[in-house]
Design a protein around this ligand. Sequence first.
Ligand SMILES: Nc1nc2c(c(=O)[nH]1)N[C@H]1C(S)=C(S)[C@@H](COP(=O)(O)O)O[C@H]1N2
Ligand SMILES: [Mo]
Length: 391
Amino acid sequence: MNSDQPQDKGRRNVLKGALGTGAVAAGAAYAPNFLFPALAQGERLVEFTDEASQAFNWRPIEPNTTHWQDTRQIDNHITDNDDFYLVQHYGQPEVDNDSWRLRVTGMVDNEIELSLSDLMGRNAFEQQVGFECGGNSDRLLHGLIGNASWRGAALRELLNEAGIQEGAKEVVFFGADVGNEEIRGREVEKAFARSLSLEDAMRTENMLAYQMNGEPLPHYHGKPVRLLVPGWYGVANVKWLNQIHVQDTRYMGRFMGRDYVTLKRVTVGGTERWVENSVTTMNLKSAIVRVVQSGSNYQVQGFVLNDGTALASVEVKVDDGPWRRAELSPRNTQYSWKLWTFDWSNPGPGEHTLVSRVTDVEGNVQPTQDDFPEKVSFWENFAQFPRTVSI
Ligand SMILES: Nc1nc2c(c(=O)[nH]1)N[C@H]1C(S)=C(S)[C@@H](COP(=O)(O)O)O[C@H]1N2
Ligand SMILES: [Mo]
């Protein structure tokens, strides 16, 4: 058994069991939190009656498998390391911290090779970053999601130290995990990799992260070091990072050019065309995750994820009523998830439909499913997500 195995399955399972069965006593083990506290005496989670919730299946964390949160159980601004979702396409490679090296190669004046202690000896910074998988979905109640506090070194400083050469355009990030891919009829061994344009790579918030919520980066989350590109879908955050390569051509690998590629029908300069785009920055999205009842008061709780643009509002609509403003948590930061609450007092008995939408300061509004362009692939599901509850 490896030491990064989650230690804290117990309390989650206790909570799961309590869902929908009435009052749950507040656990003493919870750190106090402004928003989304654990349920207090006399509070209960209202069960969702929508199809997605009925069909939802939570899975315990297991080595080499995908894990998603039960978003109805979000009770903390920061996601526990063992509940933060997991996605890996080539399994979870064993990487030894002592022999691990990070190399910077290609169109640089000085190629660099760093050990973990070299990297940890560099200037460090900390930031909250939340993200979701580009394949997140209603079916999973948007559980491929998490928000953590990360510590690491600035990518930009390392690239500057290596000295980017004239003409360089693209920075490729390779993980230690490899898989066999059949490409044009030939089976070849490929490492997981993603790339950024040089301009995107140079953004100050990009981090080579080695700590997650105050602990060394867990094995599952890419130990000892992963890339974090705040504001981007999870696929950009290369785990088990071991090489950064600077080049003057586009990187065409599976996770840039074939997978995590959205196909939709849009107008291109007046002509309707089918267009593919690689999954990059997170689209503006909100979703309702919980409804908490305390006597005749109900509180609707949810999250927002986006590319880091400031928000103008989050609103909730009940049945065919008007859009009404929700309150955003003061703990939200530019690249964290943004938790919000909406007080819904004295709802009448019966079935109600609740939906949220978010608007940013650039005037972008979260679309409904019907507003979406015709889209073939399931990537980038950021439509408004109606939920139903029975009062
Ligand atoms: N090396 C490596 N990095 C990877 C992946 C992978 O398969 N291999 N999956 C990516 C995808 S698709 C997602 S959504 C995120 C998930 O990060 P997490 O498992 O820490 O939540 O990691 C990204 N980084
Ligand atoms: Mo993903």
